[in-house]
Design a protein around this ligand. Sequence first.
Ligand code: PEP
Length: 257
Amino acid sequence: MSQRKPLIAGNWKMNLNHLEAIALVQKLAFALNDKDFDRVEVAVLPPFTDIRSVQTLVDGDKLRIVYGAQDLSQYDGGAYTGEVSGVMLAKLGCTYVTVGHSERRQYHGEDDEVVNAKVLAAFRHSITPILCVGEGLAVRQEGQHIAYSVAQLDGALRKVTAEQAQSVVVAYEPVWAIGTGEVATPEDAQEVCGALRERLAELYTPEVASAVRILYGGSVKSGNIAGIMAKPDVDGALVGGASIDAGEFAKICRFWE
Ligand code: PEP
């Protein structure tokens, strides 16, 4: 069984300017210690406008917090007004980038083809995609949540090699649980995360499947993280709202306490 280091990633969404970003990362670094970082990888995903400031702080103070972006262009450069490329994010030292977040799929019309192109763009620049999949309420009520999430996984991983796939991070984020306060039960999370891992074994190999970290996301808080992390196929969390409160996010990162 592969030793998967848990990952807790904070998706700040469209919150915090670059000065607020610095303050939050400083508080987070103060709240966590080396022993914590030995047990868990902690990532922040600020808006594009904050990344350079976060980079300067992380590099200058040699922090063990890693960072990334919330989206990237499928293209590497050119006449794409308003877009930010993987080339630019790599230059800023981004470790991660979320791809296929439900808010991008919903408000920006990103379909599986675009998500796949963005996953490939991230890999082209050695940035690890945090690939978000997950069903809406109607799909869950029809009992199709596993098939739906697995189909999104299949769509996003087209032309992704086994070597690339073993480093991908998958985030199962049921849309009905995002920002709603309605958290999936640990059993719900395990059911889909387990199915996603089985699918990875079919698409690639059992070794690849057992190397991939699969996160749960959707109204994670310090009060519910422990139960979710106790499940065998859940390797961490993608945290939205609770990640812009340094104290609360630090508690989530120390999920074992
Ligand atoms: C998210 O945006 O990925 C998310 C999980 O949000 P929240 O934690 O606020 O539900």
